[in-house]
Design a protein around this ligand. Sequence first.
Ligand code: SF4
Length: 466
Amino acid sequence: MPAPQPNRKHESKIPRLVSTLLDWFLQNARNLPWRHTHDPYAIWISEIMLQQTQVKTVIPYWERWMRELPTIQAAASASPARIHKLWEGLGYYTRVRNLQKAAQQIVEMQYSHLNSCRRRGNESQTKKKPKTPHVVSYKFPDNFDDVLALPGIGRYTAGAICSIAFNQPAPILDGNVIRVLTRVFGIGENPREKKTNARLWQIAEGMVLHASRFTHHVSRPKARTRDEDENEDEKAYACSHLNQSLMELGALVCTPRNPQCEICPVKKLCVAFRQNRVEDLPNLGKREAATARYFVAFVVERNGRFLVRQRPAGIVNAHLWEFPNVEVAAGILPAVEPGVPPGGKNADTFKPVKISRKIPGGKMPPSMAGGTPATTRLAHAAKQLGLEPHNAKPLCTVKHSITRYRITLEAFHVRFGGRSATTPKPPAQARSARPSENNGVWLTPAKLDLLAFTSAHRKILGALKT
Ligand code: SF4
């Protein structure tokens, strides 16, 4: 596809826009912990955490990560269990696995480079004893293409790291920036379309290139202290500030709903504001309809221990822990109201429902099963997991969203006593004496706390403790 042609109208607006945004950022930048550093590792961690996640949620996670894994080598050598625990609750766990892969890649490449340099040095000085590079400080790459080649880093993240940490004129374009640019420049085409997307990248690039030529940008953002900036020339960070100002304006002023145009620093330059098109932009086309999904989970307790299992690799929330659960067909619902036992308000025990036919795919329409919808749902889920729900009690209902899915997860508490002949058997999948990620393990509440759970199952664990 040919590169989009520069638009003269856009070009003429860029100098004023950049200058206004830089001034505004210096006065209005939020005091965020990663804004107190130019360390590319720290900025990288913040950028990965901020993908799909709000700033206020990220702050404590970022602070804890930087305390516990303050260097690239610490991130590279941490156990998978530790990195998942540090990420627990942030969601989109592929991010943290890619982050660790990238850290390992940086360490491996620099370690082998260092070793080969040392080997060459030793060959020419054969009398000297060879040294092992055991204490090495690994550096985050500062070349845009090298950064982009790392796992989990796309064009936006590479641009953010290179501009914020190294003040390179690398553009950025994420949801916030798209919103600001489509509104300011009055772009009515869908930004997801290739041509429009390329045009937006071109505008973003034009802006950051212009910022890189700025010479009078000498004050510091309020978020940074004089001590931190001692001997540091803030005009050297105009690219960083320009990119951050676009993100900041999108997050604080030019928000998706109810943007604060009246106090917006660029309203005089904004086409959408002038033409009363703010609500229409960006034009993201039709949203995909939300799909409801229903799951039933069992908190199975035996002698003070609980059965949990680890999700296998290659699926959503891989490597995280959860209580045994199964998806049930939407037709089997509606869901039980929280706090109402299956079978009605007066029922406190639950009798198994006879299920006579096996349904392909594990989903069963209500017409094919006996009992009330609630008992059917519970019995169906229990059978899938090899449980006999004699005394299942409702524990909680958790509602959450993953992408376009609106998920309802009903949790039931099932207690098994000692090993008497009348005691119902624990789930078939958990009878093995040897724990493994497939058949689940029995753990005390204290041990459960050390595992990284999916957010929904962490809420179930919370409900169990109350
Ligand atoms: Fe956004 Fe309104 Fe500012 Fe335009 S004037 S950039 S629509 S907040």
